[in-house]
Design a protein. Structure first.
Ligand SMILES: Cc1ncc(C[n+]2csc(CCOP(=O)(O)OP(=O)(O)O)c2C)c(N)n1
Ligand code: SF4
Ligand SMILES: [Mg+2]
Length: 350
């Protein structure tokens, strides 16, 4: 049975700062099609979490339904997991995060799962600035149900069967910016050099972090005429900057010309270094991000990298001033402050 992963590990495998090897961050063997972009994204998640020395039990991975939503089974086997219903991952993530803010929330979704059935949930998670990393594995189609166009398929994109999509595609990055998202990025499954530091930065961000990852479906949407195929994406990609992630305790040693570089300090003390910035670009300027995105669209480019970040972002817990303790540790007297307090509240309305 080739789908069973051998448990044997070389005793000299390198370990990270918390004593885990990279294989401790893997999952079961993938059953996705060979060459599917989603598997490369899983690999980047494994690498990012290993390199960040995250203890696997501190992560909660959540997903909806789709080939993309199956991937949490293929990474972080030792973490908490919840595979929810189609498009409902954000509400499960919201509930879990509200109940216990101490975990790291990693949501995985597809373009169908997010941009159609889950759209209502997705926009409210952004609006509330829920502290989570939300990865969309975007292949422009419903891979699991045999490749129908999704809402992110570009107008004019040609399907494998030759039909032309007549509808405008929804740009999740543009929409997230408009909704006030505090960390917005786009990447490509085939570009680990960019994707791994983006995942690390997103996990260090305090609030909602979206990474829209173009992730070709080799079985149903990799044909000539598709704007989500490997060839098309590689030919049209335009990176905003080179990106590096510097962990909290590490000193920044490389210095670049000011004007072409920006260092953004994140909530946990780590920082993102951006080099060779696109002209006139500042990732902390929402308006500049929105107009650069529009410009790219008009020029037929696919803009990748960290599009926008708000380093002073306040997450949902800070906004609503919720209790820092996990709900299951609250006592009856915390949850029900008694008749005296109730009388005081009622008096305020008299
Ligand atoms: C309520 C509900 N409606 C429809 C479906 C059928 N369905 C399963 S996956 C899917 C879309 C998957 O597309 P996407 O989220 O882009 O994931 P991909 O397979 O492309 O990674 C649909 C429509 C379902 N499972 N549940
Ligand atoms: S059908 Fe497409 S999205 Fe699904 S596993 Fe195969 S290549 Fe990936
Ligand atoms: Mg899809």
């Amino acid at each position: 049975m080739t789908y069973i992963k051998p448990k044997f590990r070389h005793p000299d495998l390198p370990k990270n700062a918390v004593g885990f090897t990279k294989t401790d961050y893997e999952g079961v063997i993938s059953t996705l099609c060979a060459g599917c972009g989603h598997d490369s994204i899983s690999g980047s998640i494994v690498q990012a979490c290993y390199e960040m020395s995250i203890e696997p039990h501190r992560v909660a991975k959540l997903s909806g339904i789709g080939c993309s939503s199956k991937t949490p089974n293929y990474f972080l086997n030792n973490s908490h997991g919840f595979n929810s219903v189609h498009g409902r991952m954000p509400s499960v993530a919201t509930g879990a995060n509200m109940a216990n803010r101490d975990l790291i929330y990693l949501g995985v979704s597809g373009d169908g799962d997010t941009a159609s059935i889950g759209m209502g949930q997705f926009v409210h998670a952004i609006r509330r600035n829920l502290n989570m990393l939300y990865i969309v594995m975007n292949n422009g189609c419903y891979g699991l149900t045999k490749g129908q166009d999704s809402a992110t398929a570009d107008a004019g994109s040609v399907s494998k069967s030759g039909s032309v999509n007549p509808f405008e595609g929804i740009d999740l990055v543009g929409m997230a910016l408009e909704l006030g998202a505090t960390f917005v990025a786009r990447s490509f499954s085939g570009d680990k050099t960019q994707l791994v530091p983006l995942i690390k930065a997103a996990l260090s961000h305090n609030g909602f972090a979206l990474i829209d990852v173009l992730s070709p479906c080799v079985t149903f949407n990799n044909n000539v005429g598709s704007t989500k195929s490997y060839d098309y994406v590689r030919d049209h990609i335009e990176a905003l900057a080179e990106i590096g992630y510097v962990p909290e305790k590490e000193e920044i040693t490389v210095s670049y010309d000011s004007g072409s570089s920006v260092d953004v300090e994140l909530h946990d003390g780590s920082s993102v270094q951006l080099h060779k910035l696109a002209e006139g670009w500042d990732p902390r300027d929402r308006q500049a991000a929105m107009s650069r995105l529009q410009q790219a669209k008009a020029e037929g480019e696919i803009l990748t990298g960290l599009v926008y970040v708000d380093p002073d972002s306040k997450d949902l817990h800070e906004i609503i001033k919720s209790d820092k303790r996990p709900l299951n540790s609250l006592k009856e007297e915390d949850l029900c402050p008694g008749a005296g307090v109730l009388a005081m509240i009622n008096d305020e309305f008299r």
